[in-house]
Design a protein around this ligand. Structure first.
Ligand code: NAD
Ligand code: UDX
Length: 462
């Protein structure tokens, strides 16, 4: 059976909009997909050979479809007019002012998009919430459309995105599930069927879940809250391991072997980062408070507090070990992205750790394989000539004259470094603080390093 041709517009050409639409264009050659954004630089980058975001496999995916059935443009209104289905994939950051500050989602971009659609649409559309939003946001979109449009009844669906950065292409190609929420009216069911048929072109039908609108909206926040909670749980245990000589990776292996717990997302670390976890947990906290459930709010807030503590605890360990002062000491930082295989630094634990070390007047030599030097400096609020921060072009040059090496992102290339070679270049005693338990600690120790991992007893130098 021929699939009907669908015109798709996605508003928001970011980490979600770009890769998601590239996958739809690749898998549904009969669809025409336009990705639009107000940010001209971003659109120009999508149209160039140097994409605005780094994701393994993304370049090939985009190249294959760009100009065929995938287009990037700043002409939002025309693209909305042409579209049958409009995905909303704009940013929904934490509010930084006023009511709900530091907790609630800032929905001004979603509202602006709803107003644009109301203004531009000359026929009913299927509007798909791809952004992560608070439960009942579809109501807000409906209200704006109903009052500022020309009386047309659009359908609003919820279709949250579960991709993780660094594995976005693989996640989009082979998702655990696709979640679609909609109204249980005949029109609502019809709209959901359009989206189900779209995804069914490459996702097995039994992985496409349909629910009511509010369950779908809420499930996205809850999924991220549960994932973040697992990391905070294992990180809380890492502190206990450091105090007792248990090894957190062995504990994770032992508990993860229980099929009811499962082995994934139990890697103790220097803390979780990324644009989603903190924002979405805080959003959940706000919703619980808003609906008069302070006990539930306090429960989830603890996930964030534990994460903040984990980052602070790591920095304090560094300072304590280095004889209680890092002032004027060079410290090598390996990795600045919030996880490997991405150039994204949003909420990266490296930012708060480096800022705390700078307050202690350390001199930082930073290297990350994918994050641009200007992005590192801007995240730390320092200028190019600032002597406190030197951004290096490779891992080896950062350790020259350094008192300690901090591993903050788990990039594979760090594993292949020869411990004896870096030890030689560093001040003595030389420390490695492995915030990801990435390196071979015994080999480092043999080379002469003092080693402190996460959730492990410190190894004194050989
Ligand atoms: P992003 O900041 O990378 O991209 C959002 C884009 O929307 C920006 O380029 C911005 O210019 C554009 N935009 C904002 N308002 C606009 C408007 N009125 N018209 C046109 N363009 C507009 O954000 P992102 O990381 O892609 O996240 C988007 C949404 O997806 C968020 O709600 C986020 O929580 C959710 N999400 C993100 C991830 C992730 O891994 N980054 C994963 C799942 C879900
Ligand atoms: C997350 C969710 O996984 C994804 O489903 C959602 O759509 C967006 O938010 P992302 O933030 O891109 O994805 O990456 P993720 O792999 O979840 O890692 C988040 C942070 O947790 C990273 O800083 C990572 O290093 C850290 N982490 C992850 C751990 O510290 N330990 C783990 O076991 C797993």
């Amino acid at each position: 059976m021929m699939t009907p041709k669908i015109n798709i517009c996605c508003i928001g050409a970011g980490y979600v909009g770009g890769p998601t639409m590239a996958m739809i264009a690749a898998k549904c050659p009969d669809c025409r997909v336009e990705v639009v954004d107000l940010n001209e630089r971003r659109i120009a980058a999508w149209n160039s050979d140097e994409l605005p975001i780094y994701e393994p496999g993304l370049e090939d995916l985009v190249k294959a479809a760009k100009g065929r059935n995938l287009f990037f443009t700043t002409d939002v209104e025309s693209a909305v007019r042409r579209a049958d289905v409009v995905f909303v994939s704009v940013n929904t950051p934490t509010k930084t002012f006023g009511l709900g500050m530091d907790r609630a989602a800032d929905l001004r971009f979603v509202e602006a998009v709803a107003r644009t659609i109301a203004r531009s649409a000359d026929r009913p559309k299927i509007i798909v919430e791809k952004s992560t939003i608070p439960v009942r946001t579809a109501e807000l979109i409906h209200t704006i459309l109903a009052h500022s449009g020309n009386g047309m009844r659009h359908q609003v669906l919820s279709n949250p995105e579960f991709l993780a950065e660094g594995s976005a292409v693989a996640d989009l190609e082979n998702p655990d599930r696709i979640l679609i929420g909609g109204e249980s009216t005949p029109e609502g069911r019809e709209a959901m069927q359009v989206l189900v048929d779209l995804y069914a072109q490459w996702v097995p039908r039994d992985r496409i879940l349909t629910t009511n609108l509010w369950s779908s909206e809420l499930s996205k926040l809850v999924a991220n809250a549960f994932l973040a909670q697992r990391i905070s749980s294992i990180n809380s245990i890492s502190a206990l391991c450091e105090a007792t000589e248990a090894d957190v990776d062995e504990v994770a292996l032992a508990i993860g072997a229980d099929s009811r717990i499962g082995p994934k997302f139990l890697r103790a670390s220097v803390g979780f980062g990324g644009s989603c976890f903190q924002k979405d947990v805080l959003n959940l906290v706000y919703l619980c408070e808003h609906f008069g459930l302070p006990e539930a709010a306090a429960y989830w807030e603890q996930v964030i507090q534990m994460n903040d503590w984990q980052k602070r605890r790591f920095t304090v360990r560094v300072i304590r070990a280095l004889f209680n002062t890092v002032a004027g000491k060079a410290i090598a930082i390996w990795g600045f992205a919030f996880k490997k295989d991405t150039n994204d630094t949003r909420e990266s634990p490296a930012i708060s750790i480096c800022r705390q070390l700078l307050q202690e007047r350390a001199v930082l030599h930073i290297y990350d394989p994918k994050v641009k030097p200007e992005d590192i400096r801007s995240a730390l609020g320092v200028g190019e000539g600032d002597p406190a921060v030197r951004v290096a072009e490779d891992a080896l040059t950062t350790v020259n004259g350094a008192h300690a090496l901090l591993v903050l992102t788990e990039w594979d290339e760090f594993r292949s470094v020869n411990p004896a070679q870096i030890f030689q270049q560093m001040m003595k005693p030389a420390w490695v603080f492995d915030g990801r338990n990435l390196l071979d600690h015994q080999a480092l120790r043999t080379a002469g390093f003092r080693v402190e991992g996460i959730g492990r007893a410190p190894l004194p130098g050989a």
